[in-house]
Design a protein around this ligand. Structure first.
Ligand code: AMP
Ligand code: MG
Length: 328
């Protein structure tokens, strides 16, 4: 299948492809999404084939506005309605009881569905033109770093999908925050672009995300996507605290022939690295991390050294992604 490049100004063609059951990647503010008509089970099946995604990892359904939420979800709690009003469009995904006609492929047979309204004019216009809810995981091969540019989408999915809407790089660069609204109190299943601090100033009862769960634990059942390998470049990822690196750590790093560094502080041993990217804050770090992983792979890196950041604001989601990408 030839993959069409589609300009952000020419969304009619992209919407037609979606309506006819094809897959189209499109920009959002978090990462690029790989879209299919969420109400068409055959179209949704194609997402799992194109990405090589395990069938037990459910998808997020994207809507053009919050009024459409009842097309896929029911019995919406008052608190969920308030969160939608406050944070949609935006990087917040709500897990809600699902409507019967949402295909099982979308929800991995759960009786809940994850939904959000993206804060991106191209994504919103595309969903509106398609006229159907759009199921869309990140537009990368499963396990790889998420795609934050259309070029990254092409790298992973060329000839496997019908179209790519070519927009600018994703501004946030990390996925949405997933909150389970079916539990009392609601709780964060995945940290993401909307911080717990922002949500807490509005709904203090939301339970923060608690670290990587063990296999077989209750949280895995609630958010099955958490158990899969994720975000990994081919190079080994090492998460370091520069302040506590010992001389033997430096010896370890110097053993890699093509090591790359990303962080907020310039490393003292910068000669040990082929490239060094010092970001001005955690937001910039978050927006660049997945592209940095991919560039490192293109340069045949054998190691990417990532400075750890304080776990506040976007730092919680960034550290979650770094830990999951880490081989150490
Ligand atoms: P991705 O689309 O790859 O960013 O992943 C979607 C995330 O949302 C995964 O972590 C899923 O486990 C989570 N998710 C999607 N649907 C549900 C659901 N119905 N219940 C709980 N978590 C969900
Ligand atoms: Mg993903």
């Amino acid at each position: 299948m030839k993959t069409h490049r589609i300009a952000g100004s020419d969304l009619v063609k992209a919407a037609q492809l979606l309506r006819s059951g094809e897959l189209v990647a499109f920009p959002t503010e978090t990462v690029y999404g790989l879209g299919a008509n969420a109400m068409d089970s055959a179209a949704v099946d194609k997402i799992f084939v194109a990405k090589g995604r395990p069938a037990d990892n459910p998808l997020i359904v994207h809507l053009a506005c919050s009024e459409e939420v009842t097309r896929v979800a029911r019995d919406i709690p008052t608190l969920a309605q308030e969160l939608m009003q406050r944070f949609w469009p935006g990087p917040l995904t709500l897990v809600l009881p699902k409507q019967k006609d949402v295909p099982n492929q979308v929800t991995a047979c759960l009786d809940t569905v994850a939904v959000r309204v993206p804060d991106h004019s191209v994504a919103l216009e595309l969903i509106r033109l398609a006229g159907v809810p759009i199921a869309a995981p990140s537009a990368n091969r499963s396990g790889r770093p998420s795609a934050t540019t259309w070029q990254a989408v092409a790298e992973d999915l060329e000839d496997r999908i019908a179209g790519i809407v070519c927009g600018p790089p994703a501004s946030l660069g990390l996925e949405s925050t997933v909150v389970d609204m079916t539990s009392i109190p609601p709780r964060v299943l995945r940290p993401g672009g909307l911080s717990i601090e922002e949500m807490h100033s509005f709904v203090p009862s939301i339970q923060p995300y608690s670290a990587l769960p063990e296999h077989g634990s209750e949280s895995l059942v609630h958010s099955p996507g958490l158990k899969h390998r994720h975000y990994q470049p081919r190079a080994a990822v090492m998460v370091v605290d520069l302040a506590s690196l010992t001389p033997s750590d430096f010896v370890l790093i110097s053993k890699f022939r093509h090591a790359h560094y990303i962080g907020l502080t310039p490393p003292t041993n910068s000669h040990a690295f082929q490239t060094v990217l010092v970001c001005k804050n955690a937001e910039e770090y978050a927006s660049k991390i997945f592209d940095f992983f991919r560039q490192a792979d293109l340069l045949q890196a054998d190691m990417v050294c990532c400075e750890c950041v304080p776990e506040v604001g976007i730092g919680v989601a960034l550290m979650d992604r770094l830990r999951r990408a880490s081989h150490f």
